[in-house]
Each structure stands twice: as structure tokens, then as C-alpha cells.
Ligand binder design. Structure first.
Ligand code: 3PG
Length: 306
């Protein structure tokens, strides 16, 4: 049984060796395609693979068409918007993710970006503090929960909005639940986005919500750039010199930011949220275990294309 680990942004070596141990001890073979630059490399490597593990790598219909032996693809991470789920189903390929495994790394990045920004990038001038400020968490999944816990540690006032999570489950975290997104944006000086990207959330955060934030306002996006309506964001930026945007990763309109909004943004060139050794080990080993458990026991617990 050949398992291909294809990562355009490689895992830490310690994570890969832990994954290899899991796969070797099941009697399977692990092949690596790391830091590849074009889709042709993935298409060639997947041709004789029985299982595939990826990160944000694009698993398109074209990839699946070539992978005639493929039975399962695992997104070692949370968001599976990079996988053509319908094509997986059409090709009778099981698709899974590893929810929660890299959540802490993403939550910590939220605070790393906020602190760096409010301290002026450590430029020698006086900055500001998080204590006593309000933060709104938009979507209360694995990352949102950890952001809430860390924010409480900073003595921030914490709010959350998530129409898909029962209010009682959010209240357990000792934070305030809001029934409407607009209410939260009106109250919070910091808003942290944790929505998955899908057809319902595409460009869902735009002018209407962002312009409601009190001054000064900081929007932090460690989810996906596609959930932002960039035209709406740029419009608020033109109107509101107090607005700051921190994003993991760069928006498509990054050139406009560079030209017009110096000092009011921070963008990572490559998605860095899950890029810690711990997150790589957690997500990578979970993916390896899930693939072995699927082939040996037929376990489909984390299947997303039911
Ligand atoms: C995720 O969805 O798990 C995170 O965005 C991390 O993505 P990455 O594995 O491509 O860094």
C-alpha cells in the first residue's frame, strides 16, 4: 500500500518521521513529495498511490483523474476547501480532515499578529495593550475556542458569534454570546475570523460588517482570504484611517495596501497559522493514523464527503 505525503509547504522533519513510523508499522510505504512547485509533479507522484495526505495542496478533478488506485485523501488540517469533494465522491475516494489538530498554533498566531501590530512592530515608540480591550470571535470552532481562552488570559472582554453552535456551549467558556454578527462588530475593537471557506461564506465579511466596528478597529483573518470581500474592505480602509487588517495570508489586493495603507496591515506571504512543529506533528500523525485505520478497519469517522 503506497501512501503519498504531498506538501507544497513541507511539514517539519520531526513530524514526517513520526508519520513514517505510523505508516511503516502498519506495513505500508510512505512516499514524499515536498516543496513541489507545480501541479504536474503532484499528478505524476499520485499516479500509483493508494492513499494521499496533503495540506493546502490542491486536489482537483485533474489530480483525481490520474490517481487510478487512490482510495482515500486526507487533508492534514482543518479547512478542506482545497479538495474537490464532489470529484472525490465521483471517483469513490474517501475524503477526510483532521479537525482541531493544528488549532492551537493558529490561535497563538492571532495573538502574535495582534501584539506585533499594537506594539508598532517593536519600533521604539509607545504602543498599546490588549488588557481591557474587546475581542469578537466570528465562528466558534476549535480555533475560536482557543482564541477565547487565550483572550481571557489577557483580560480582554470576549464575545462570540456563531449561529451553528448552541449558545449554552459558548457560554461554558465564560464569554458573551451575541445573536447577530452586526452586534458583535459594533462592540468589538478586535474581530478575529474563524469561519471555514465554502460557497456560503465566500466574501461574507465586507463593508457592512467591517464599517460597523468602533474606532480604533483591527480585523484579524487567520481563516481564508476568500471569506473577505476585498472591495468592501478597501472601501472601509479609504474611509477609516483607524482600521488595521492582519491576515494570514496576503489578500489579492495586497498591492493596493502596499501603495496606500502603509503601517496599517500585516500579511504573511505563506500561510503560517499551522506552521509549528507541534501542529505539524499533531495534524500529520492524526492523518497517518486515520489512513491506516481506514485501510485496516474501515474507520470513516472524519469523512467529509458522506
Ligand atoms: C487548516 O485549514 O488546517 C489551516 O489553514 C492550515 O493550513 P496549512 O496546513 O496549509 O498550513
Amino acid at each position: 500500500m503506497k501512501i503519498l505525503l504531498a506538501t507544497e509547504k513541507a511539514f517539519a522533519p520531526v513530524a514526517v518521521s513520526s508519520m513514517r513510523e505510523v505508516i511503516d508499522s502498519a506495513g505500508f510505504k510512505l512516499d514524499l513529495l515536498e516543496n513541489y512547485k507545480n501541479k504536474e509533479d503532484l499528478i505524476a507522484a499520485v499516479a500509483d498511490a493508494d492513499g494521499l495526505i496533503v495540506r493546502s495542496d490542491l486536489v482537483t478533478k485533474e489530480v483525481l483523474d490520474t490517481a487510478s488506485r487512490l482510495k482515500i485523501v486526507i487533508r492534514a488540517g482543518a479547512g478542506y476547501d482545497n479538495i474537490d469533494i464532489e470529484s472525490c465522491t465521483a471517483h469513490k475516494v474517501v475524503a477526510m480532515n483532521t479537525p482541531g489538530q493544528n488549532a492551537n498554533a493558529v490561535a497563538e498566531l492571532v495573538f502574535a499578529m495582534m501584539l506585533y501590530q499594537i506594539r508598532g512592530g517593536f519600533n521604539g515608540k509607545s504602543g498599546s495593550e490588549l488588557r481591557g480591550k474587546s475581542i469578537g470571535i466570528h465562528a466558534f470552532g476549535h480555533v475560536g475556542k482557543l482564541v477565547a481562552e487565550i483572550a481571557k488570559g489577557f483580560s480582554m472582554y470576549v464575545y462570540a458569534y456563531d449561529p451553528f453552535v448552541p449558545e449554552t456551549d459558548i457560554r461554558k467558556y465564560g464569554i458573551k454570546v451575541l445573536k447577530r454578527a452586526e452586534e458583535m462588530y459594533r462592540i468589538c475593537h478586535f474581530i478575529s475570523l474563524h469561519l471555514p471557506y465554502n460557497s456560503a461564506t465566500r466574501q461574507i465579511i465586507g463593508y457592512d460588517l467591517i464599517s460597523k466596528m468602533p474606532s480604533p478597529a483591527t480585523l484579524i483573518n487567520t481563516a481564508r482570504k476568500e471569506i473577505i470581500d476585498e472591495n468592501g474592505l478597501l472601501k472601509v480602509f479609504e474611509e477609516r484611517p483607524d482600521l488595521v487588517y492582519l491576515s494570514d495570508v496576503e489578500p489579492d489586493c495586497k498591492a493596493v495596501f502596499a501603495e496606500k495603507f502603509k503601517g496599517r496591515y500585516l500579511f504573511t506571504a505563506k500561510k503560517m497559522g499551522a506552521q509549528t512543529e507541534e501542529a505539524n506533528i499533531n495534524a500529520g500523525v492524526a492523518a497517518a493514523r486515520q489512513i491506516v485505520d481506514y485501510f485496516i478497519n474501515g474507520n470513516e469517522t472524519f469523512r467529509v464527503n458522506k
